[in-house]
Design a protein around this ligand. Structure first.
Ligand code: MN
Length: 202
């Protein structure tokens, strides 16, 4: 087995009341584990690919063997995106970012509120399953994007800074069809220190 589940950096219930413990347990132990298992199964068919990092695989999807390309896009993306997602949340999170990221958000979006509106719209309007992201592009500018399924921003040559999983498995037990309520709650658990680290350590 090449890829292993990384443990949550906090207890399942630590993000209550914003994200409930049972959702976190099922999301981490079953959904996330499922992506890892399927990624490892794909890599077993092409062991030479294990010499590359997951980010390298996701950046070069078009050059991967055709029989595992979709599996790596979906399950490599799922593995990468979820490992990223657990770290971008924390109990006692939320508020607004300071630091270099806070300055860059104000510069590139005009204000934190304008950025938040744009991000919320991206998250709400993902049709079906996907993600909303704050990313850094090659010119050093921040962008809000969404991706379908488990597609990862790295495959578009973007560096993820912040990401929100809007698959129903991420919120349905507590919020059912009310994705906007889940999005509103999520702002209370953002780990801005981790986002700053993602932003400056490119
Ligand atoms: Mn998920």
């Amino acid at each position: 087995m090449t890829y292993k589940l990384i443990p949550l950096p906090y207890a399942f219930g630590a993000l209550e009341p914003y994200i409930d413990a049972l959702t976190m347990e099922i999301h981490h132990d079953r959904h996330y584990q499922g992506y890892i298992n399927k990624l490892n199964a794909a890599l077993e068919k092409h062991p030479e690919l294990t010499k590359k990092s997951l980010a390298e695989l996701l950046l070069s999807l078009d050059s991967l063997p055709i029989d595992v390309r979709t599996a790596i896009r979906n399950n490599g993306g799922g593995t990468y995106n979820h490992a990223f997602f657990w770290k971008i949340m924390t109990p006692n999170g939320g508020g607004q970012p300071g630091g270099k990221l806070g300055d860059a958000i104000k510069k590139d979006f005009g204000s934190f509120d304008a950025f938040q509106d744009k991000f919320n719209t991206a998250a709400k309007t993902v049709f079906g399953s996907g993600w909303a992201w704050l990313c850094l592009d090659k010119s050093g500018k921040l962008q809000v994007i969404s991706t379908p399924n488990q597609n990862c921003p790295i495959s578009q040559d973007l560096i993820p800074v912040l990401g929100l999983d809007v698959w129903e498995h991420a919120y349905y037990l507590k919020y059912q069809n009310k994705r906007p309520d889940y999005i509103t709650a999520w702002w209370h658990v953002i780990n801005w220190e981790q986002a700053e680290e993602n932003f400056v350590n490119v």
